[in-house]
Design a protein around this ligand. Structure first.
Ligand SMILES: Cc1cc2nc3c(=O)[nH]c(=O)nc-3n(C[C@H](O)[C@H](O)[C@H](O)COP(=O)(O)OP(=O)(O)OC[C@H]3O[C@@H](n4cnc5c(N)ncnc54)[C@H](O)[C@@H]3O)c2cc1C
Length: 319
């Protein structure tokens, strides 16, 4: 395999020998694996489909000291134009098991929307349906404590995925696999302990509530409509959702708007005209275009209004 990384040859050979033959890809553009459709190539890409494949890929990368990044559905990250030097592990461990009393266990690579929501709603189990329309794997949702506004009419409270998490199976940074309760994650707004600790979520058990299917479908329709009215259509305008963290009682989008940057274009990236906290890829945008817009907003808002904007998305790889 031809790779242009700084990974020592011995480690490369060992990686190629230890992962399943024919499944390790090299020099793979990452843009198609992100909702932004932006990002240069990874030296190596491996897509585990079972828990065992996922844990062994992580163990091998750690043993060989090869830098790695665990990718979910790529909905909350911006990958640099230079790509990623090392191994990208794109988690495709998707599995859904229904247990007793409204509990469901899902592999960390399961897509919440559509797969998990579809499966649970059709069995009359409510809780996850609220997150309809948000691209996310189960693992990515735990990382960020996926959230959305409470149902109408109020739409005031924020509903977090932690509310339906019962427990999870994780692999720690030392390679131990164990079951942990919800409290382990110390969930907060856009936060879980995963931000500060090299644990990997392998699967999650959710506690759902038996609810008439028609009732769930009403909320689904309302939530999809709400999103449709305010957010860019992902297929027309690739994005990573909100760019900056929420600023309590102010709103990052409102600050960007107040500075006259709503709709502002740099290169092929733009602050979405209907929602200034979302940057969209107009087609062929580079990571540099997005970074420049982020920097422009941060500097302008700081200088004119005195607020500090903090990116909510992860910036991954070489820019
Ligand atoms: C159109 C759009 C709308 C959005 N709307 C919302 C919204 O309403 N609410 C909201 O909360 N978010 C929203 N988001 C953001 C995004 O959907 C969430 O943050 C989502 O949870 C990201 O999941 P992912 O699988 O794509 O993670 P990725 O973006 O692939 O990864 C994000 C982080 O999670 C880590 N990670 C992934 N899997 C695991 C694992 N198994 N174990 C440990 N760490 C892991 C990655 O290493 C990375 O650091 C939106 C995004 C888009 C594009």
């Amino acid at each position: 395999m031809m790779v242009r990384s700084g990974i020592p040859e011995l480690a490369r050979k060992s990686l190629e020998a230890q992962l399943p033959a024919g499944r390790l890809m090299s020099d793979i553009p990452l843009a198609p694996f992100t909702t932004f459709r932006i990002g240069g190539p990874a030296d190596y890409l491996f897509e585990p489909e079972t828990e065992e494949e996922l844990t062994s890929a992580l163990r091998i990368a750690r043993e060989l000291e090869i830098p790695y990044f665990l990718l979910g559905s790529g909905a909350n990250i911006l990958i640099g134009d230079g790509g990623f030097r090392g191994l990208v592990i794109r988690n495709r461990f998707s599995a859904i098991d229904f247990l007793e009393d409204g509990k469901v266990r899902a592999g960390a690579g399961t897509m919440i929307f559509h797969d998990l929501i579809q499966a649970t709603v059709s069995r009359g189990l409510g809780g996850l349906h609220h997150f309809v329309g948000i691209p996310s794997t189960v693992g990515g949702a735990i990382w960020q404590n996926l959230h959305f506004l409470s149902p109408p009419p109020e739409r005031e409270r924020t509903v977090f995925i932690e509310e339906v998490v019962e427990s999870a199976r994780i692999m720690t940074g030392e390679g131990d696999v164990r079951e942990v309760p919800r409290e382990y994650f110390r969930f907060g707004y856009d936060y879980s302990i995963l931000h500060d600790q090299p644990d990997t979520v392998l699967s999650v058990t959710f506690q759902l509530t038996p609810t008439p299917e028609e009732e769930l479908r009403v909320t689904i329709r309302e939530n999809l409509q709400w999103r449709d009215d305010r957010h860019p259509d992902l297929w027309l305008y690739p994005s990573a959702g909100s760019i900056f963290r929420k600023i309590k009682d102010v709103g990052a989008g409102r600050l960007i708007d107040e500075c006259g940057l709503k709709g502002h274009v740099l290169g092929n990236a733009r602050f979405f005209p209907k929602h200034a906290n979302i940057i969209v890829n107009l087609g062929g945008a580079s990571a540099r275009d997005v970074r420049d817009l982020i920097d422009l907003a941060r500097n302008t808002v700081q200088q004119r209004l005195g607020y500090e904007l903090t990116p909510e998305i992860g910036l991954i790889g070489e820019f």
